[in-house]
Design a protein around this ligand. Structure first.
Ligand code: DGJ
Length: 716
């Protein structure tokens, strides 16, 4: 069967696929919508894109196909590697059917190589927000085992792509951006941590020179998977540049017996004129999911940085009282409540309420919290086991380990092999039992170490792939049994931030670092894929526990206000002033959260690196809340204008400080005209166009201060 050229178009995006004589279709185009293309025009486009054959190479010029292989003349990173005990290394696929689905914007392409005994199905599609999605399914149609070594998905880059942006990091500093030139060769980011890792990039992006949040064509991909993985950017000597992603498979991890299939995780590509548009496509897509949290995100108090392991009942009850009086709606009891757990050296796996600390079970605290009108949440770390636990003593064979010895510990703990059916059944039963016996609305699901030498203790086989599948199954099953339960995915903060885990959970704990300076960076770059309502953002104590830096309460509270808001601070002995300010920000968040959690996230490209302007514009573009922060001293004094992206150019907005009680920020400077006007009850009215192009003068702030600015459409 010959494959007909295909033009998919949706949400402002076009993808064009063309037949390839020796394999799956070539990726002719991915990017801004090309409009309605008549059949003749698609052919003309395809002809226009045919590269010239050049000297010194193979007799057909290599093209980037959905699965580029040596059999198609491709000598870059291959789409598929695998073998039958060292043979059948070079499959050549022929398309046998292609079906465009009735909604018009997805297609399923089947290909086979009967000599190699392989069948491949490519699922490609465009979402209504213009994301390009791909997934592959490989089936062993032969008579003996076929081992899959890697199966990647490819996304062609626009010819203007010149710079790569990704993020790295570590515990307490995830999502630190890094940029470099896109040069010939391969730039790969690989995780063999059994989770994406604190250093993982949620997005690998490449774009035009100097692209920013507001300008420059940029494309990026995300792999929907919570285990070992690789994303790469590559430029070949023939000039083709692309992004690719795959699960990283360990030896023997995916061996297909005859008839068996391996499905890759989905990979999602987005593009934009600037990162604001690129991330907006992800946010719109996630918000359209049936499982996306619909009700207002409850303001949360988490006990961790408030009391750590000091789970003294009267202290917790006092904390709950104080929280409720401030407008908190969910109280989360963190680590330390289960049998034997007094610190982080023991007891993971022993998921029974500790009878010595809680002789009456958790009821005294849960009833109190519920009585105050708040929901109750509880911490678990279900995939982990402490060597010093009843569970490890009873079932050492449930611990992931190579033959004969334990891997090196991480936070004094080991990883439970969820792929072991007995271990899986035990964990499911323990969680289900506690969730059934108690009024628990929310689970904070932690995962505090990378996997090392992760093998099944009984078989010696690599176990990461299976472990991740079992984790997904466990989460799915718990959600089936407890449909109203919400789950937070935490992994020492943000070491497992991906859309695979977020398909089964309701938010991520974005970082264990709640220092607002570091959080501004972390939240900005996590937000490239994750919308704010799925990011836990908490107000910590006056001195950050992870950096030792001291910050004012308005700065701490004002930088967290955009996300799923919370408090992680011992608020039982606040001064009256602190109590009032914190309550004001909780109220502000609650008043704005519908817009914050549905609107478009925008970041301004300001030239001074110390100035940060970000905001959320309501979906009808009638309101917006912006946060202007100074993270160091500004290069200019006064700092210059703030221009506001994302507004409706034709709407006039009134511009005011969102927290007028704080009056003029800064260091005793003379009043700033527009701010003073607003404080006098006469806010300026400026069009979205003027605010985007000319803006307003930024007030002089002290370093490490935030001014929240609200914009509301003026009544005509
Ligand atoms: C790591 C998490 O990121 C913290 O928020 C806290 O839950 C601790 N684990 C508890 O051990």
């Amino acid at each position: 069967m010959s494959f007909e050229p295909l033009h998919l178009s949706s949400g402002g995006t076009s993808v064009v696929l063309e037949p390839h004589a020796y394999g799956l279709p070539a990726l002719t185009y991915w990017g801004p919508d090309l409009g309605d293309l008549a059949v003749g025009e698609i052919s003309a486009l395809i002809t226009a894109q045919q590269p010239q054959r050049v000297s010194g190479g193979i007799d057909i010029q290599a093209r980037l196909t959905l699965v580029p292989l040596e059999s198609t003349g491709w000598q870059g990173t291959p789409g598929l590697t695998g073998d039958r005990a060292g043979t059948h290394l070079y499959p050549r696929f022929t398309v046998v059917s292609a079906e465009r689905h009735s909604n018009g914007e997805t297609a399923v392409i089947d290909a086979r190589d009967d000599d190699a005994g392989l069948a491949l199905t490519a699922h490609v599609g465009l979402t209504t927000s213009g994301l390009f999605t791909q997934r592959l399914v490989l089936t062993n149609t032969g008579d003996d085992d076929y081992e899959v070594r890697s199966l990647k998905l490819f996304f062609p880059l626009h010819h203007t792509a010149a710079e790569v942006l990704d993020t790295t990091g570590r515990h307490l500093r995830e999502r630190t951006p890094q940029r470099h030139r896109l040069t010939a060769g391969t730039y790969a980011r690989t995780s063999r941590r059994g989770r994406p890792g604190a250093d993982a990039t949620v997005l690998l992006a490449a774009g035009a020179k100097g692209f920013g949040f507001e300008h420059g064509l940029v494309q990026g991909i995300h792999l929907v998977w919570s285990g070992n993985q690789q994303v790469l950017a590559e430029k070949t000597p023939a000039g083709s540049a692309f992004l690719a992603a795959s699960e990283v498979l360990l030896p023997g991890e995916v061996v297909l017996v005859p008839g068996e299939s391996y499905s890759t995780p989905e990979v999602i590509g987005s593009w934009g004129e600037g990162l604001n548009e690129l991330s907006g496509r992800f946010h719109q897509y996630l918000r359209a999911r049936k499982s996306h949290p619909q009700r207002a995100r409850p303001v949360t108090l988490n006990t961790w940085e408030a009391v750590y392991f000091d789970l003294d009942l009267p202290r917790l009850l006092a904390l709950a009282d104080r929280a409720a009086s401030l407008g908190v709606e969910r109280f989360v009891l963190d680590d330390g409540w289960f049998r034997g757990r007094r610190d982080d050296t023991s007891s993971l796996g022993d998921w029974y309420v500790d009878e010595t600390v809680w002789p009456e079970g958790l009821s005294p605290v849960i009833d109190h919290v519920r009585g105050l009108g708040m929901e109750f949440g509880l911490w678990f770390e279900p995939e982990m086991v402490s060597p010093d636990s009843d569970l490890a003593r009873a079932h050492p064979e449930w611990i992931l380990q190579p033959e004969g010895r334990l891997p090196l510990p991480g936070r004094q703990q080991q990883v439970l092999n969820l792929g072991n059916p007995d271990a899986y059944a035990y964990i499911l039963e323990r969680l289900d039992d506690i969730l059934t016996a108690n009024d628990i609305a929310y689970v904070k699901w932690d995962h505090n170490r990378d996997l090392l030498e992760a093998a099944d203790a009984l078989t010696g086989h690599a176990a990461v792939h299976r472990h991740v599948e079992a984790l997904y199954q466990l989460l799915d099953e718990l959600r089936r049994r407890h449909p109203r339960l919400e789950i937070e995915s935490c992994a020492s903060g943000g070491a497992r931030v991906d859309l695979g885990i977020l398909a089964r959970t309701d938010r991520i704990w974005t970082s264990d670092c709640i220092d607002p300076i570091d959080r501004l960076v972390n939240q900005k770059y996590t937000g490239l894929v994750v919308p704010p309502e799925l990011m836990g953002m908490h107000v910590g104590g006056p001195v950050s526990h992870s950096t030792g830096r001291a910050h004012t309460l308005p700065f701490r509270a004002g930088t967290a206000v955009f996300g799923h808001y919370g408090i992680e601070w011992d608020i039982s002995d606040l001064t009256d002033g602190e109590y009032e300010v914190l309550g004001r920000y909780v109220a502000l968040h609650r008043a704005w959260r519908d817009d914050l959690h549905r609107g478009a996230v925008v970041h301004a490209d300001l030239t001074d690196p110390a100035m940060d302007l970000r905001g959320i514009v309501s979906s009808d573009r009638q309101r917006a809340l912006f946060g202007y922060s100074l993270t160091g001293s500004s290069t200019s004094y006064p700092p210059g204008p703030l221009t506001f992206p994302g507004l409706d150019p034709d709407v006039h907005y009134e511009v005011r400080p969102a927290v007028p009680e704080e009056g003029h920020p800064g260091n005793g400077q003379s009043p700033l005209a527009w701010l003073q006007s607003a404080l006098d009850g006469e806010p300026l009215r400026l069009s979205g166009r003027t605010l985007a192009q000319a803006g307003v003068q930024a007030p002089v702030l002290l370093p490490e201060q935030t001014l929240l600015i609200e914009l509301r459409a003026a009544a005509c």
